[in-house]
Write a protein of this length. Structure first.
Length: 256
């Protein structure tokens, strides 16, 4: 897996260089936004139980946006890169108003899982890469500056004949953001109910993410819980939780 570790390191260095080389925007130039979150968690888990890492992991979410289009890589890897996921979203905002928005997106995904193979009577564990194509449709409505609601339909299709083949998920989201706890402390809460269908199996879940941040610091402390209402999905865990320490950045990038 050394080549994956090299790609991972190269990816981080490229994005660090881009973020460090950003300039002050000029009104005569086109402005793009480059932002991201880099963090570590004690437990990387997935909405699809089969792909949960169940292990400490590095999590990196980046976004490069120009007007209504954005490129949003989402990378999650355990320390030795033997398990994880690499998702490369391309998103477009069809409607972008003060309160209502409608976003569509698509991505290729590469999921690393551990599997067993037998060669000449000897069984060994290897890291296997599964490939998927997926798309999303996301309408959202901002009720107040601090409260919003959204729905998300996500469908993923496998590009190999084993593992999950067709996955469909409906998310019903609420967001409570920038809640003032003190002069500098802020709290964000994201409760979600989602309904997972994968290859004839079904799971209904509740998840809640909370994030605590300081107005003057680029770091946040985040925790997520995931509770199963009802599920017959293979590998499902009734309750999962994690805690993560994240670093956030945002820059303006100018160009002709």
């Amino acid at each position: 897996m050394k080549y994956l570790q090299f790609i991972f390191l190269l990816f981080v260095l490229i994005f660090m260089a881009l973020s460090g080389g950003c300039q002050t925007p000029d009104s005569t130039q086109t402005t793009s936004t480059f932002s991201g979150t880099v963090g570590i968690t004690n437990n990387g888990f997935s909405i699809i139980p089969t792909f949960s890492l169940n292990h400490p992991a590095a999590i990196m979410n980046f976004s490069w946006r120009k007007k209504r289009v954005s490129f949003d890589p989402d990378i999650r890897l355990v320390p030795d890169a033997s398990k994880g996921g690499l998702i490369f979203w391309v998103r477009y905002r069809l409607i972008e108003q003060k309160k209502f928005s409608l976003r569509v997106g698509a991505h290729p995904a590469f999921t690393l899982i551990r599997s067993s193979v037998t060669d000449n009577g000897n069984t060994k564990d290897i890291t296997e890469m599964l490939r998927f194509l997926a798309f999303e449709v996301v309408p959202s409505y901002q009720i107040t500056p601090h409260v919003g609601v959204s729905a998300m339909y996500l469908q993923g299709n496998a590009l190999q004949n084993h593992g999950p083949q067709l996955t469909r998920v409906l998310f019903l989201n609420t967001s409570f953001t920038n809640l003032k706890l003190s002069q500098n402390l802020r709290l964000d809460l994201f409760p979600t109910i989602f309904f997972l269908h994968t290859d004839g199996y079904r799971g209904d879940y509740f998840t809640l993410t909370g994030s605590l941040s300081h107005k003057k610091w680029p770091f946040s402390l985040q925790s997520t819980i995931n509770q199963t209402f009802n599920s017959n999905v293979p590998g499902n865990q009734n309750f999962m939780w994690n805690v993560a320490l994240n670093y956030h950045f945002k820059r303006k990038v100018t160009g002709n």
